[in-house]
Design a protein around this ligand. Structure first.
Ligand SMILES: NC(=O)c1ccc[n+]([C@@H]2O[C@H](COP(=O)([O-])OP(=O)(O)OC[C@H]3O[C@@H](n4cnc5c(N)ncnc54)[C@H](O)[C@@H]3O)[C@@H](O)[C@H]2O)c1
Length: 265
């Protein structure tokens, strides 16, 4: 029998009312849009990053109130600053349900020229910070005996290593391994851990690397022959975040790439 009330059915499946999402790297383009999607589904949003102006820009665009979305300042490479996020969000809203781990830097460096300092700084933002986020929020939920959902931002670079993004590719591949490992480890606590793997979306971090030649190569390799729009990550985000819609999904790598990963002849 057809549903008499499809909108009620959908909203129940994806309802995040009274949930709180911490979006690390939410000051940026993709995670900012993902945060907007969570807000539309009813969640309160804690945007974590270094740049308050960018967060305020998002809030202005969204038309959100300080009760719905707030900025929490932290350099994600610093454990002392990461440790302050959970108490600050708990003081604000008293609960945390969802974590998005998405801060990034991706400076283009030819492989033979990568210095130890560059290697360390790219790994710190893209991998160490994701590990710290998982560790701190996982511990918080386990201690409270509360369920949670973690979405780690991986990348096409994890499954198709990208030229001029060697260290970034390493970090993003390691995120998939960490995600699978924690999904196994924490299923018994009701903590789901998944990765989201975007294809190519113009953002801040990849502006420098997207020259004419590279754009042409990406288009040739993308069956849909276009970049993604950040808005096209919202559906995947809600699926992974929602305890109703995503109840049996853990350890997955959800690819949103216009077909890039499966391009063949
Ligand atoms: N744009 C793409 O095509 C693409 C593709 C695959 C994966 N991704 C992933 O999606 C996520 C979001 O990327 P984006 O493209 O929106 O990038 P973005 O540059 O727009 O956003 C990244 C954010 O991380 C913040 N950040 C960097 N270092 C930080 C630090 N030390 N402390 C706190 N914040 C810090 C930046 O200020 C920025 O706001 C990243 O994990 C990225 O690797 C993006």
């Amino acid at each position: 029998m057809a549903s008499q009330n499809p909108s009620k059915f959908y909203s129940k499946l994806f309802d995040l009312g009274a949930k709180v999402a911490v979006v690390i790297g939410g000051t940026g383009v993709l995670c900012g849009e993902m945060a907007w999607g969570l807000l539309q589904a009813g969640a309160r949003i804690a945007l974590v990053g270094r740049n308050e102006d960018k967060a305020q820009g998002h809030f202005k665009r969204w038309g959100s109130s300080a009760d719905e979305a707030r900025f929490f300042k932290a350099d994600v490479t610093r454990r002392d600053q990461m440790e302050k996020i959970i108490p600050a969000v708990m003081d604000w809203y008293g609960r945390i349900d969802i974590l998005i781990n998405g801060a990034t830097i991706a400076p283009p460096v030819p492989y033979l020229e990568i210095t130890d300092e560059q290697f360390g700084s790219i790994m710190d933002v893209n991998l160490k910070a994701v590990h710290m986020g998982c560790q701190l929020f996982g511990k918080h939920w386990i201690n409270l005996k509360q369920a949670g959902s973690i979405i780690n931002m991986s990348s096409m670079a994890a499954i198709r290593p990208l030229s001029r993004a060697f260290v970034y590719s390493l970090a993003k591949a390691a995120i998939l391994n960490l995600t699978q490992n924690l999904a196994r480890e924490w299923a018994e606590y009701g903590i789901r851990v998944n990765a989201l793997c975007p294809g190519f979306f113009p953002a801040e971090q990849n502006r420098a690397i997207l020259d004419k030649q590279r754009v042409a190569a990406i288009m040739r390799q993308t069956p849909m022959s276009r970049f993604g729009d950040p808005h096209e990550l919202v559906g995947a985000t809600l699926l992974l975040a929602s305890r109703q819609a995503g109840s049996f999904i853990t350890g997955c790598n959800l690819v949103v790439d216009g077909g890039f990963a499966v391009m063949s002849i």
